[in-house]
Structure formats: structure tokens, C-alpha cells
Design a protein around this ligand. Structure first.
Ligand SMILES: Nc1ncnc2c1ncn2[C@@H]1O[C@H](COP(=O)(O)OP(=O)(O)OP(=O)(O)O)[C@@H](O)[C@H]1O
Ligand SMILES: [Mg+2]
Length: 312
């Protein structure tokens, strides 16, 4: 059994429906389950019909939910970093670094960085408390960038750390006559924050690429674009060493359709299903039928949960 399962896929294919119902399945099996939404446009709360938000909320027996708010986490991250610096650095340096941080936080990828930061915290904090953590992610592109961040962040942190080391060394030498200032730079708080964060990123990356602990499940519908997008995403994730836990084929038309239009659609779907089973041989976990209604509310989620056979 994996401790961490990501659900991903193209926009609108059913990621939230599948992760929410899988969460229900795990909870019903007696696993203490945490389901986390990393999609800025949260719909986890909508599907469970409760308000979730940034604090863990009990959704059902054994089942807990959390929605990461990217804006709130990035603001919190900036303020925390600024506050730590204010304690230790001269006002001129603070102004310069604050400008750099502000610029960094509006640069492309900053929101993913903040979400990843939160993901690192969640993995670090809650893997002990929960048997399984399920991540309901944003559409593929966003999530792939998110999961590739440990690599990028690692290289970026390395360069920040070495720059900071050089700066600290210079400051330490120039303050040799002033014991107070000298001591400050010997135990440079910025450097220790950077090193600590790099350690956290590395620990998270180690968990993400540990096939015994984490995997990524794709949801797709039997249509052309979701197939292409899933194929691309699988090859990128494999490059980063993240294990693919399988594929869920969602919204499969029932065999009972008789209407001419739906029969035609069923035929088209058949060719895509063939393609899916050919391209993703051995990876298909299950098919979920197209239901007459939206998947909404706990009762409906339980109905879908009963279709899962095994814990991934
Ligand atoms: N098998 C199904 N039968 C009927 N409706 C479905 C099915 N799967 C999903 N839906 C409906 O399709 C809509 C989109 O599903 P969902 O929100 O789970 O997709 P998503 O991949 O999470 O979307 P997004 O990319 O916006 O996060 C919802 O209204 C959901 O109820
Ligand atoms: Mg969703």
C-alpha cells in the first residue's frame, strides 16, 4: 500500500470525483485518510458538500480533508521569511532582500513553489498521523511542474546556499572587530533556513520517488486529448522517477445505450478504449461508467467507492 497517492489528469476528466471516492473507499477500509486538494480552484468541498478550507476538516469516519490556498500559503511564506530576516539583518540589506522576494513571488512558477512548499510541510507533518494521504491535483501541466519542483528547487537552493555562504564569509571577515555582529554571521539564520528547507525538499523528493511510498494515478476519459496528455505526463513523471500507480478510465458509456446518437458515440469511444488498453497496457486499474447525474455528495461518493477493489 502507498502512503501518498496523487490523482492527476487533464482538466475536467474526473480527478476530484475519483480522488474523493477513492478517499471514501480507503476510509471505509479502516485507513485513516487525509485528502488534500492542491488545485487553486478547489472543488473538493463542493463534492463532499462541506466547507473545507485551509485547516483539516473531518469529512466522514476516518476521512479528513484539506484545501491548500496558494495565495494564503505564499503570503504566509513571504511574511515568515521577511520576519525571520528582520530579526537579524541590517535595514539596507532587508530592503534589498525584500525586493528580491517580492519579485520572486510574482514570477512564473511562484504559485507552484508555494503549493509545493505546503506539500512538503504536509508530507513532513502528517505521514505519521495518517495511513494514507491522497492529493487531488490541478490539471496535468500544473501538477507535473509541481512534482518536478524538487529537482529544480534543489538546484536553485544550492545556488542560493553557496551565494549566501560567500556573503556570510565576507561579512564575517569584515566584522571581525565587532563581536556581536561577528557572532550573528557565524550563526547566520538565513543560511540555516536555506539549508533546512533544502533538506526538507530532499526528504520530500525521496518520498515521492520511493515506489513503496508514493505513486501517481491518472484519470482519463476515452477521448483523444486526455489520452495524448496522459501519455506525455507519464513519460515526464517517469523521467523524474515518480511511480505510476495506474490509470482510471472515467465516464465510459454503458453497454445498454440504444439511441442512434449514443450508439455512434459508443462506437467512437470503443476505438479510444482500444487505444487506451494498447498504449497503457497493464496500467488500467478500473473503468468508471458515465452516470446519469454528477458525482455529488457522500452517498454518491460511497456508490463510486464501492467500485474500487484494492488499495492502490
Ligand atoms: N463518471 C461520471 N459520471 C457522471 N459525471 C461525472 C463522472 N465523473 C465526473 N463527473 C462530473 O464531471 C464534472 C467534473 O468532474 P471533476 O470535478 O471530478 O473533474 P476534475 O478532473 O477534478 O476537474 P478539474 O480539472 O476542473 O479539477 C463534475 O461535475 C462531476 O460530477
Ligand atoms: Mg478537480
Amino acid at each position: 500500500m502507498k502512503q501518498i497517492v496523487f490523482f492527476g489528469g487533464k482538466g475536467g476528466v474526473g480527478k476530484t470525483s475519483c480522488s474523493a471516492s477513492y478517499g471514501m473507499f480507503c476510509a471505509q477500509k479502516g485507513l485513516k485518510t487525509l485528502i488534500v486538494s492542491t488545485d487553486p480552484a478547489h472543488s473538493l468541498g463542493d463534492i463532499y458538500e462541506v466547507k473545507i478550507g485551509g485547516n483539516i476538516k473531518e469529512l466522514d469516519e476516518n476521512l479528513f480533508g484539506l484545501e491548500i490556498d496558494p495565495e494564503a500559503v505564499s503570503n504566509e511564506y513571504i511574511n515568515r521569511t521577511k520576519a525571520e530576516m528582520q530579526k537579524t539583518l541590517s535595514p539596507i540589506i532587508i530592503e534589498e532582500i525584500e525586493r528580491q522576494i517580492d519579485a520572486m513571488m510574482v514570477s512564473p512558477g511562484a504559485e507552484e513553489a508555494a503549493i509545493f512548499d505546503e506539500l512538503v510541510k504536509i508530507v513532513g507533518r502528517y505521514t505519521e498521523d495518517y495511513d494514507i494521504i491522497i492529493f487531488d491535483t490541478a490539471p496535468t501541466g500544473h501538477t507535473i511542474r509541481l512534482l518536478s519542483l524538487p529537482e529544480l528547487m534543489g538546484a536553485w537552493m544550492d545556488s542560493l546556499i553557496s551565494q549566501r555562504r560567500e556573503a556570510v564569509e565576507l561579512m564575517r571577515m569584515s566584522t571581525a572587530g565587532n563581536k556581536d555582529l561577528h557572532d550573528k554571521y557565524v550563526n547566520d539564520p538565513v543560511l540555516s533556513i536555506l539549508v533546512r528547507r533544502k533538506d526538507e525538499y530532499e526528504r520530500t523528493r525521496d518520498i515521492l520517488i520511493d515506489s513503496k511510498k508514493a505513486c501517481f494515478v491518472f484519470v482519463l476519459t476515452p477521448e483523444k486529448l486526455p489520452i495524448i496528455e496522459t501519455q506525455k505526463a507519464i513519460s515526464i513523471l517517469s523521467k523524474y522517477g515518480i511511480q505510476i500507480g495506474g490509470i482510471i478510465v472515467n465516464r465510459v458509456l454503458p453497454n445498454t445505450v440504444s439511441d442512434e446518437f449514443l450508439l455512434k458515440r459508443k462506437h467512437t469511444e470503443g476505438t479510444y478504449l482500444e487505444e487506451i488498453y494498447r498504449r497503457f497496457k497493464g496500467m488500467i486499474l478500473m473503468e468508471i461508467p458515465l452516470f446519469p447525474e454528477d458525482i455529488q455528495g457522500k452517498a454518491y461518493l460511497k456508490r463510486v467507492a464501492s467500485m474500487y477493489k484494492d488499495i492502490i
